[in-house]
Design a protein around this ligand. Sequence first.
Ligand SMILES: C[S@@+](CC[C@H](N)C(=O)[O-])C[C@H]1O[C@@H](n2cnc3c(N)ncnc32)[C@H](O)[C@@H]1O
Length: 252
Amino acid sequence: MIAEALQYLATSALTGSQHRRYIRYSVNLWSRASRCSKDWASHEANCKDAVRAAISGLSQRRTAVVLGSGLLKDVPIEDLAESFDTVVLVDLVHLVSVRLRLKGKRYRNVRLIERDLSGYDDLKAGRDPEPFGFLRGVPYLDFVVSANLLSQIGRGVKRQFETEVSSGMPADSVERLISAHLQGLADLPCRTCLVTDISYAVIDRTGKVHEEADLLHGVAPPEAKARWDWPVAPLGEESRDYQIVHKVIAAW
Ligand SMILES: C[S@@+](CC[C@H](N)C(=O)[O-])C[C@H]1O[C@@H](n2cnc3c(N)ncnc32)[C@H](O)[C@@H]1O
């Protein structure tokens, strides 16, 4: 609890006021990631392998952008920082522990951007969502990875949408913003990699599935080159008798 409180306070001091409300989600993710580190290890290794495969053979390595960089657990930051001139990490929040880790590695070519990547504000203003429009201002873009971000956008948008029911947001906002993310990636003029969980299942000790849900709300993801299971809540994390397992895909 003390470590969480320190993370929270130190990160608050470094985070813009419009993004401070998201710090608690990042701190919760950080706590869970450390509690579940053994169970998450193969998921994290698979994510890093997907990114390495996506950049292999890339002849120009000037700027790489990581969307949803978060804790940098499932991103091979060492490989990216060593092989690209500049690496831009984009997230709602960059925890102080992540900033310290980057400082400790003395990366001179890693930049942090705090930004909402959902496109929610575009939709709210009645515009077509263009969540990656800001990338047009990033020079020499050679690679973009969306790193376990898409399902979180769906969750965040759903949460925000439900608290702003009378705001005039279209009823299909979640689906539209998930589609905008996929289309935005597909339209980028560089190599891309999408790593995302696409569904979850609640499974008991006998292996029986009790509940399943589509995290992409019916929007079809691109064809996967790799897929695996991620035990997001292994037995004992949320319940003694049930685990929650997400299906993850990688496409590049
Ligand atoms: C499951 S975590 C990804 C973990 C990260 N790739 C890593 O290597 O540790 C999802 C990340 O997406 C970020 N996120 C969620 N919604 C976002 C949004 N609308 N815009 C930008 N980042 C968002 C969260 O802050 C979190 O860091």
